[in-house]
Design a protein around this ligand. Structure first.
Ligand code: FA5
Length: 354
């Protein structure tokens, strides 16, 4: 800022200035511009000198001379005030009206807020992207799953008839209007099948919810990765090769895995797919509940009723699907012993994944 914002001179009250005083006024105003401490101008020797001259001025000239000095002093005072208020405004941090907190409060005065540079991406967000990149390279479309759904997509479209006992395996949360917080990403299968003609290659990733007893492997809110592949002549060999290719790429290893038969109404045959526990090397520990293996996903060949409900002819086409827990996948990768760490909000845990 080069000058004061406002001089505040009231012109109508101004009398014509004595030329000697007018010259000193010009000099003092010039001097004021370069003074670091603007208020010092009011103690300038030139002003003191003028007051000294007033004492020796003749009685006739004294009133006008005195008035001119006062006018000059007032002008200088107004200019000093202008400089001071301009400096005060410049010292204020501009307000960012989009910020979620008051940026005028200095970091030292808001110890409850962390400096933004300390923030980091959540490990599940980082790994979600890694998973999406691998499946994209394998030729899949990667989409988000829905976080609120209905009975048809949760059960009806997936071959769970009304009153079927298998519905109880997916105990989740329901709104008063009857909407459902999905318990698995399989709710997306029907939409994917209806979206286009085979070949269908889609991966859906998203958050799901379960009314669950919590422990080191079970959360009420978790993330799943659903895969759907439909084409002519697809069989279980394609399913297992796909999962192994993905898991080897994700863990950068040649993994040991095992499958065992499992029942899901929307696949036939259905399997549970497990990898050996990296914490105990199959000996048994708290994390794997002394089983030596960690179950990562459910999978199988898509049931003909599900294909038909999705508008795909099961006589012409076949396909496979899987539902994989992202949280457990990441636990294995980083040797995280307890799934609850992801949502505990502990900074010591989260900062390890910068
Ligand atoms: C299902 O959710 C089926 N929709 C999977 C599926 C899809 C089968 C397509 C066939 C075809 P399941 O309830 O077993 O299945 O869950 C799948 C995976 O999600 C589990 O293997 C596990 O990795 C993860 N998972 C399930 N429940 C939890 C939980 N409470 N906490 C953490 N991970 C969980």
């Amino acid at each position: 800022m080069t000058g004061p914002r406002c001089h505040g001179i009231v012109k109508s009250k101004r009398t014509r200035m004595n030329p000697h005083i007018a010259h000193i006024a010009t000099e003092l105003k010039k001097k004021l511009q370069s003074l670091p401490e603007k208020r010092d101008i009011l103690k300038a020797p030139e002003l003191r000198e003028l007051y000294a001259q007033l004492k020796v001025t003749s009685q006739d000239e004294r009133p006008a001379f005195g008035q001119a000095i006062n006018q000059l002093k007032q002008e200088l005072e107004t200019m000093v005030l202008g400089y001071e208020s301009a400096a005060e405004s410049a010292a204020l941090t501009p307000i960012d009206i989009t910020a979620p907190f008051d940026t005028n409060i200095k970091p030292a005065d808001r110890p409850h807020l962390l400096p933004t540079e300390l923030g980091s991406r959540h490990p599940l967000s980082i790994e979600r992207q890694v998973v999406a990149d691998i499946f994209t390279r394998m030729g899949y479309d990667v989409l988000d799953s829905r976080q609120i759904d209905d009975d048809y997509h949760m059960f009806g479209s997936l071959n769970f008839p009304e009153g079927h006992p298998a519905r109880d395996d997916y105990d989740t949360f329901v709104t008063e209007e009857g909407l459902i917080a999905p318990a698995h990403t399989s709710t997306m299968q029907n939409r994917v099948l209806k979206a286009g003609e085979p070949p269908i290659r889609s991966v859906l990733i998203g958050r799901v919810f379960r009314n669950e007893d919590l422990d080191a492997k079970h959360e009420h809110t978790l993330n799943q990765i659903e895969g759907v592949y439909v084409d002519r002549n697809i069989n279980v060999g394609h399913l297992l090769a796909t999962l192994k290719t993905f898991l080897d790429a994700y863990y950068k290893a040649d993994l040991k895995f095992r499958i065992q038969p499992a029942y899901f109404p929307f696949v036939e045959p259905g399997f549970e797919f497990a990898i050996s526990c990296p914490f105990c090397n199959e000996k048994g520990c708290m994390t794997c509940k002394y089983e030596g293996w960690i179950e990562l996903l459910g999978c199988g060949m898509i049931h003909p009723n599900v294909l038909r409900e999705g508008g795909v002819d099961p006589v012409v086409y076949s396909g496979f699907a899987w539902g994989l827990g992202l949280d457990r996948l990441v636990m294995m990768k980083h040797s995280i012993e307890d799934i609850r760490n992801f949502q505990a909000g502990k900074l010591e845990f989260l900062r390890q994944f910068k």
